[in-house]
Design a protein around this ligand. Structure first.
Ligand code: NAD
Ligand code: FES
Length: 281
């Protein structure tokens, strides 16, 4: 059993939990994810690791209520347990294994959209701990949905916050801030890392392609086993079939077929769609 040591509501329908999982906490790296299960019959829910404490033996997960399982999960309290937390799964972010001197010479721009801020945080934190200062754009629909702002402020070199409705800081979507920084302010970036809703990653990639900035995205398609067996997490990257769970979750954003990925994500939302996908799997 994996005990919940902290359960906190961050915003409407968005929750944070510190879970006791010493072996995962010891081994995990930014970019990787876990799959949690509440009980024997529970759905397997993939979640990117938001933070980890190797000494305390905890991993932090952040999730949004999107269906029955996550709604039930939101009801868990401090002291409750998950029956299963499997991980770390997937591959760490590229910079973890790159030559540190090369990483230090790169100018990074992180783009975090909504709940996607959670997986961006450990990457920016890792880079700061290794002496790399990066720019971060955080976008949310409205002020009340902004999460982890204080945490991000402590690790980001420059933080640019934007809300779609202008209720806090800048007004507009993350793509408008990218344009402002690069086109109007003349900032130069070697790599952009964009994590958030699929539609945000699609439009960020269209913009960074135009601006000539290589871009990495983290995909979160529906997953079942998380070990490359079922094919549920299939995505097309550069015309090739990839499994997000074992080949990703990070990919070259300029090569991802976002329209197909979004179509599959939508189909999984209905019973008929899921049946149809099973038929074609
Ligand atoms: P959201 O809809 O509030 O969007 C966040 C920000 O993305 C917006 O504020 C805006 O700046 C930007 N954005 C949205 N549409 C855009 C567009 N068309 N063009 C440019 N920018 C755009 O985000 P949310 O409700 O928190 O998102 C939830 C989604 O994020 C879920 O679908 C979830 O699956 C996904 N998610 C993805 C990951 C991942 O690893 N990729 C992690 C967590 C959550
Ligand atoms: Fe089954 Fe990736 S989740 S292959």
């Amino acid at each position: 059993m994996y005990k919940i040591l902290k359960a906190e509501k961050l915003a409407d329908k968005i929750y944070l939990m510190d879970v006791e999982a010493p072996r995962i906490a010891k081994a995990c790296q930014p970019g990787e994810f876990v799959i949690v299960r509440m009980d024997e019959r529970g759905e397997r829910i993939p979640l990117t690791i938001c933070d980890y404490d190797r000494e305390k033996g905890t991993v932090t997960i952040v999730f949004q209520i999107v269906g029955a399982s996550t709604e039930r999960m939101a009801g868990l309290k401090t002291g409750d347990s998950f029956i299963d937390v499997v991980g770390p799964l997937g591959n760490p972010s590229e910079f973890v294994h790159d030559d540190l001197e090369e990483v230090k010479n790169r100018k990074y721009l992180f783009v975090a959209g909504g709940v996607g801020t959670a997986p961006v945080y450990p990457q920016v934190k890792w880079l700061k701990e290794h002496g790399v200062s990066v720019d971060v754009i955080m976008g949310s629909k409205t002020k009340d949905l902004l999460i982890l702002e204080d945490e991000m402020r402590t690790v980001a070199g420059n933080l640019y916050v934007t809300t779609d409705d202008g209720s806090y800081e800048r007004k507009g979507m993350v793509t408008e801030v990218i344009k402002d920084l690069v086109v109007n302010q003349g900032k130069k970036y070697d790599v952009c890392v964009a994590i958030g809703p699929m539609i945000m990653m699609k439009f960020t990639c269209l913009m960074t392609k135009e601006l000539g900035i290589p871009t990495i995205v983290s995909l979160n398609p529906v997953m079942v086993d998380g070990t490359g067996m079922c094919g549920a997490c299939r995505v097309s990257v550069g015309g090739e079939v990839k499994f997000a769970c074992v080949d990703g979750p990070e990919f070259d954003g300029h090569l991802v077929n976002f329209d197909e990925a979004m179509k599959r994500q939508q189909m999984y939302k209905t019973e008929e769609g899921r049946a149809l996908l099973r038929l074609h799997e």
